[in-house]
Design a protein around this ligand. Structure first.
Ligand SMILES: Cc1ncc(COP(=O)(O)O)c(C=O)c1O
Length: 445
C-alpha cells in the first residue's frame, strides 16, 4: 500500500492530540527526531524559569523556600510524574541524575536482597544496557566484591539463578528501541528471590508503564528525554513502598533526614521516598522540569498516555513503512522490533560496515549529519566489532552502526514523518551524505 503526503496530512487532521504541539517551541524548518535524547522546550519554560530567577529568587530571596514551596518541589513533581509510570502518590521524587539515583537504588536493592541471602553475589544486566548503568553497577561490584554478569536479552531468564541478588534492566533499550516485558521479567526474577531495578530513561512519558502493576522493586529515569525537562534536568527515583523504609540509601544527606531543620548530628532517615533525596536541590532546573510535566497533565483530557502510545505506534509504523518503501536499495536494515508490544518510541536503522565512502565504515554517521544539515535531527550510535570494539565485553556479538530516530507524539505529526523520510530518500539517492563535511566526527554524537 502506497502512503502519500496527502494521506499523512489527513492523519494529522484527524489526530486528537495534535493540539499538544502548541505547548512546545520548535524552531521553524526543523523535524525533531531526537526527543529520546533531549526533549523539546515547553513554551512555558522560558517564562517560568525567568519568574523563578527574577521574582522568587531575585525579589523574595530565601523566603521562597517556604512561600514558593521550593522545599517540597522534588516530592510535588514526583507526584505529578507518578501516574505516567504506574506509581502511587508519595512514591516518587524528582532529584539528582539518573546515574546518581541508580547508585542509591542499586545499593539499597543489594542490601535488601543480601540481608537474608549473603550468598547472592551477582547483579545481572543486559550487555547492551546504557553504559552508565553498567558502570555504576561495575563500581558497586568492585566496592562490595560482587560480580556483574552481562547477558543478551534472550539469555536473561536462564541467568536468574539462586546466586543473583539483583536484575538491573533498562525497559526500552537505548540503541534498538526494543522493550522488555516488565511484568514477566519481574515475576521471573521474584520467583528466584531476585530484586528488580528498572531504568525508565526511554520509557517515562514515551510508553505506558505500570511499576506497581508489575510488582517492580526500584526504578529510576531521566527528566530531559521524553519528559522535556531541559538539558541536564533532574531525574526521578521510585521505590516500592514495601522497600522504602527498609534501608538507608548510601547518600544519606540532610535532605533525606526526617527532621532536617533540627540539625542533629546523627542521621535519622525520613520515612518513605523522601530519604532518597540527598542535598539541596536545583530549584531552577526543577521548575523547568515542571513545565514538561505540565504538558502531560494537559494531555490527560485528550486521552493521556494511552492516546500518546497509540499515536507513537502509528508514527513509528509509518516511518518503518515509508523507509522500507522509499529508501530500498541503500543497505538500511531495521534494528527495532516490528511487534508493538516489544517496541518503545524510537526506530533504529542499521547500516553494514563497508557501505561508507570508499568502502570505509558504514556511512551511518554521515547520513545522520546530512539529515541534520537539512533540519531533520536524529542521532547516530556507533557499533562495535566482535573483539569488543567500542563496547567492552560485548561477548563476540557484532553491533552495527545505528541511525536513531525518536518519535515524541506530543509534538510530532504524520506529515513530519513523511517529510523526514523524503529527506532521507534524497540524501541517499543523491549520495549527498558522502560529502566530506558530513564525514567529520564531532565530540557529541
Ligand atoms: C538508559 C539510560 N540511563 C541513563 C542515562 C543517562 O544518565 P545520566 O542522566 O545520569 O547521564 C541514559 C542517557 O541517555 C540512558 O539512555
Amino acid at each position: 500500500m502506497t502512503i502519500t503526503l496527502e494521506d499523512c496530512r489527513a492523519l494529522d487532521a484527524q489526530d486528537p492530540i495534535a493540539p499538544l504541539r502548541g505547548h512546545f517551541t520548535l524552531p521553524p524548518g526543523v523535524i525533531y527526531l531526537d526527543g529520546n535524547s533531549l526533549g523539546v522546550a515547553p513554551k512555558a519554560a522560558a517564562a517560568r524559569v525567568a519568574d523563578v530567577v527574577t521574582r522568587e529568587w531575585g525579589t523574595d530571596l530565601i523566603q521562597s523556600w517556604n512561600t514558593a514551596r521550593w522545599f517540597d518541589l522534588p516530592q510535588r513533581l514526583g507526584n505529578q510524574l507518578a501516574p505516567l509510570i504506574g506509581a502511587g502518590q508519595s512514591e516518587v521524587v524528582c532529584t539528582d541524575s539518573t546515574s546518581i539515583n541508580l547508585y542509591k537504588v542499586l545499593s539499597a536493592a543489594l542490601n535488601i536482597a543480601r540481608e537474608d541471602s549473603p550468598a547472592r553475589k551477582r547483579i545481572v544486566s543486559e550487555r547492551s544496557n546504557f553504559p552508565t548503568d553498567l558502570y555504576i553497577a561495575e563500581g558497586l561490584c568492585k566496592e562490595r566484591s560482587l560480580e556483574l554478569v552481562l547477558v543478551e536479552p534472550e539469555e536473561i531468564s536462564a541467568a536468574l539463578t539462586s546466586d543473583v541478588a539483583v536484575l538491573m534492566l533498562t525497559h526500552v533499550n537505548y540503541r534498538t528501541g526494543a522493550m522488555h516485558d516488565m511484568a514477566a521479567l519481574t515475576a521471573a526474577a521474584h520467583a528466584q528471590g531476585i530484586l528488580c531495578v528498572w531504568d525508565l530513561a526511554h520509557s517515562a512519558g514515551a510508553v505506558p508503564v505500570d511499576l506497581n502493576g508489575a510488582g517492580a522493586d526500584f526504578s529510576i529515569g531521566c527528566g530531559y528525554k521524553y519528559l522535556n525537562g531541559g538539558p541536564g534536568a533532574p531525574a526521578f527515583v521510585w521505590v516500592h513502598p514495601r522497600h522504602a523504609d527498609r534501608f538507608w540509601q548510601p547518600l544519606s544527606g540532610w535532605w533525606g533526614h526526617a527532621t532536617p531543620f533540627q540539625f542533629t548530628p546523627d542521621y535519622q532517615p525520613a520515612p518513605g521516598i523522601t530519604r532518597y533525596l540527598c542535598g539541596t536541590q536545583p530549584i531552577i532546573s526543577l521548575s523547568a522540569l515542571q513545565c514538561g510535566l505540565d504538558v502531560f497533565t494537559a494531555a490527560e483530557s485528550l486521552g493521556g498516555m494511552a492516546a500518546l502510545r497509540s499515536k507513537s505506534l502509528a508514527l513509528t509504523d509509518l516511518f518503518i513503512h515509508l523507509v522500507e518503501e522509499r529508501c530500498a536499495g541503500h543497505g538500511l536494515g531495521l534494528a527495532t522490533p516490528r511487534e508493538h508490544a516489544r517496541r518503545g518510541s524510537q526506530v533504529c536503522l542499521t547500516r553494514d560496515e563497508g557501505q561508507g565512502v570508499n568502502g570505509a565504515g558504514s556511512g551511518a554517521y554521515a547520513i545522520v549529519q546530512a539529515l541534520i544539515a537539512r533540519g531533520v535531527i536524529g542521532d547516530y550510535r556507533a557499533g562495535s566489532d566482535a573483539a569488543g570494539g567500542a563496547g567492552k565485553g560485548n561477548g563476540g556479538k557484532v553491533h552495527k552502526d545505528i541511525l536513531r530516530f525518536g518519535f515524541t507524539p506530543l509534538y510530532l505529526g504524520f506529515e513530519d514523518v513523511w517529510n523526514a523520510v523524503e529527506h532521507l530518500r534524497q540524501v541517499l539517492d543523491s549520495g549527498e551524505w558522502q560529502r566530506p563535511e558530513f564525514n567529520q566526527h564531532h565530540a557529541v554524537t
